[in-house]
Write a protein that binds this ligand. Sequence first.
Ligand code: SAH
Length: 225
Amino acid sequence: IDFMKKTVNAYFLQGLRNQLVALLKEKGITDEKVLEAIRAIPRHYFLDSAFSKIAYEDRAFPIDADQTISQPYTVAFQSQLLKIKKGDKVLEIGTGSMYQTAILAALGAKVYTIERQKLLFEKTTAFKNVFGDEFPDVYFSFGDGFEGLPEFAPFDKIIITAAAPKVPEKLWEQLKVKGIMVIPLDESENAQRMLRLTKKKDGLAKRESFEQFSFVPMLQGKSQS
Ligand code: SAH
């Protein structure tokens, strides 16, 4: 009976994920690889179990340390802008629930991700237990995302998953020429403009501007909670 329950549950959740993918398509996500990753990654693993039945609704949810797991549409949108190629070295700022991390790994990226909340960072050991075999190329770090990870630079892509007050200079330096940074930049108190910045040979940015989103703030320094 336990086995049957698990099987039924797995089909049920796959059905919900398929519905989510259909919704994301309606909302304008076109990248098949991104949609495939969303279809494959069990978002309910990244939420507190109380939320697992609604994990496939297109909305953000609270996680520990007063943070949030991004809305699937946001994750899909940022992932699509990054144009991930297999083997890309990707720096993610704001590990949070690790859902975006898993999507990047499913797209074939080598992911380096930074979280400033100790509690959330401590939870990242769970990723290795569940996804370690499938996605061995994920490196978690506890630190201030404004500093990046100079020891692993340069990166092909950089994704910032918190509201940035400005383009962090040190991160821009850690991006390869022709590399892409996807960053939600503060426009007003509760709204960020999604930007895709491509690094030109002269080090300047080609700037593309997309719709507005709402993120938790990117904060300086580390937090021990
Ligand atoms: N990618 C995450 C989004 C979580 S919300 C997900 O899909 O769940 C944004 C996260 O960024 C929060 O966990 C927050 O603690 C973290 N964050 C904010 N400022 C940061 C900084 N300077 N360095 C690293 N992480 C930061």
